[in-house]
Write a protein of this length. Structure first.
Ligand code: FES
Length: 166
């Protein structure tokens, strides 16, 4: 799992909580070969990105099925993103191409369930793009902060600024 700078985590979490009073939980399904490596690179470079993002490493975005996305929301995520390789770079040839319609379908399903489809997104990046991963993590965090807590996550344990459950 990508490491975050501890000091950076605390600063981002503190400013986020101060502004909105809400620290979202965002699950990121990251393919091992590109997005996860980019996240790891961001950590190694000590780039500060949102501590709201919880990375789930998958071998390929082709392994992130609709049910996994829906389960993440059901388990309390306020937002979810799937991040994989650029077109033509998938190590399993076309896993990322298969993931796109799945994410689109999951968007429709969460909308039918009463959630904003913007809570879910797919991104593509190369393994060398640590800074882009940081931007994605921060962009999704800002987006979810604006939307507020997921209606599907009501009743979950409340998190403190440090991420600990109450
Ligand atoms: Fe990265 Fe398939 S290996 S999306």
């Amino acid at each position: 799992m990508a490491s975050h700078g501890i000091e950076g985590d605390e600063a981002v979490a503190a400013s986020s909580a101060k502004v909105t009073g809400f620290r979202p939980r965002i699950v990121a399904f990251c393919c091992h070969y590109c997005a996860y490596t980019a996240a790891d690179l961001a950590g190694a470079a000590r780039l500060e990105y949102s501590p709201s993002v919880e990375i789930v490493r998958v071998p390929c975005t082709g392994k992130a099925d609709v049910i996994h996305i829906l389960e993440a929301f059901a388990a309390g995520a306020d937002g979810v993103f799937v991040a994989g390789c650029l077109d033509g770079d998938c190590h399993f040839i076309n896993g990322n191409l298969r993931a796109k319609p799945r994410v689109a379908l999951a968007k429709k399903l969460i909308a039918e369930a009463g959630l904003e489809p913007e809570r879910l997104e797919m991104f593509q990046l190369s393994a060398a793009e640590g800074d882009r991963f940081r931007q994605i993590a921060d962009e999704m965090t800002r987006r979810i902060e604006k939307l507020g807590p997921s209606p599907a996550a009501k009743g979950r344990a409340k998190r403190t600024d440090t991420g600990a459950s109450k």
